[in-house]
Design a protein around this ligand. Structure first.
Ligand code: TYM
Length: 344
């Protein structure tokens, strides 16, 4: 476990209740190397010390209005990819958002505690509404995200850099609810890794690596074959010059060095030292080898898990049962404080 994770975590003791982690990904397409480095890799490590809840947020994905068959497939793909990457369903909760109605229910309540002004500041709404249209679903997307987190009374939310603003909003909403109804919701901390919080496109190092990039060479998917990975790294843009060294003026090679560091665990200094006097070609070849070694076993496990439909269904069913139990506890607590009538 890296040092930041260690400091963020608590001692593992059988008598002490572990602090709670919540995080999630949208099933808008297959998961990318960016998703893995920025989030999933840390989710796996955090399982050692936290009570982890990992969700596939299919309701959020509706904001992009996917084809029904694609959403069905991708929801199961993302759940299988969590497990293939090392999420252990015997230890952590894995489930699908729509299987727990309390997410939508709490989202409504929280929308009554959210301001138009603060939602208007969300940069992802501005970016995404150009593409998908300015629906109210897209506008209130971060409120549903707050509901996801707050339902489980999460202490920590491990995400990539792009989620920082949404997390700040979740904290503000939780604080506002607690202001009116003391001690109702846990105000979550955000966990953003120091390295790899924003993996960039292989074709444009000023843009985030994204599932939905129109250029297929820009993004490595966790299901890519060895040949596809090698091809994408070979064609990745580089900076002018030849030095394999990090620097603000070398954003493309800095991004590739980050991937190398993540895939091998070697320090940046050691990597830079080893490539002194060598060119981008040698570096890219070794980087491709390292990424294939990282991704190939994940991809193999993914296919095995995905092909065992009954086992995956069982995991998600059990996950939904326990998630419903926990989520309803928070929802009932808040409903009671709000004055929602409970029938005898
Ligand atoms: P999503 O599905 O876009 O991304 C999932 C996670 O992957 C991280 N990520 C990246 N990290 C580094 N470099 C990249 N290029 C990169 N691309 C993606 C994201 O930061 C994220 O951690 N709104 C969320 C889903 C969500 C959620 C939640 C997250 C819904 N409810 C509650 C946390 C807690 C999203 O769209 O993530």
């Amino acid at each position: 476990m890296n040092q930041e994770l260690q400091t963020a975590s608590k001692q593992d003791s059988p008598t002490e209740k572990r602090p709670i982690i919540f995080s999630a990904m949208q099933p808008t397409s297959g998961l990318t190397l960016g998703n893995y480095v920025g989030a999933l890799k840390n989710w796996v490590e955090l399982q050692k010390d936290y009570d982890c809840v990992y969700c596939v947020v299919d309701l959020h994905a509706l904001t992009a209005r996917p084809e029904a068959a694609a959403l069905r497939k991708q929801t199961l793909d993302v759940a299988a990819m969590y497990i293939a990457s090392g999420i252990d369903p015997a230890r952590s909760l894995v489930f699908v958002q729509s299987h727990v109605p309390a997410h939508a229910q709490l989202s409504w309540v929280l929308s009554c505690f959210s301001q138009l002004g603060e939602l208007n500041k969300m940069t992802q709404f501005k970016e995404k509404s150009d593409k998908h249209g300015a629906t109210t679903g897209l506008f209130t997307y971060p409120v549903l995200q707050a509901a996801d987190i707050l339902l489980y009374q999460a202490n920590l939310v491990p995400v990539g850099e792009d989620q920082k603003q949404h997390l700040e909003l979740s904290r503000n909403i939780a604080e506002r609810v607690n202001h009116y109804y003391a001690n109702t919701l846990t105000v979550p901390e955000v966990f953003i890794p120091k390295v790899g919080a924003r993996i960039m496109s292989l074709q444009d190092p000023t843009k985030k690596m994204s599932k939905s990039d129109e250029n297929p060479k820009a993004t490595i998917f966790l299901t890519d074959s060895a040949d596809e990975i090698r091809g994408k790294i070979k064609r990745a843009v580089t900076d002018s010059g030849t030095e394999v060294r990090r620097g603000e003026e070398r954003p493309a090679i800095t991004n590739l060095l980050t991937l190398y560091h993540i895939a091998t665990g070697e320090s940046f200094e050691a990597i830079e030292e080893r490539f002194v006097g060598k060119g981008y070609g040698d570096f890219k070849q070794e980087l491709a080898d390292a990424l294939v070694a990282l991704i190939e076993p994940i991809s193999t496990r993914f296919h095995a898990i995905r092909n065992d439909k009954a086992a995956l269904n069982d995991i998600l069913k059990k996950g939904a049962e326990e998630a419903n139990r926990r989520a309803n506890r928070t929802l009932r607590k808040l409903y009671k404080k709000l004055g929602i009538v409970e029938l005898e």
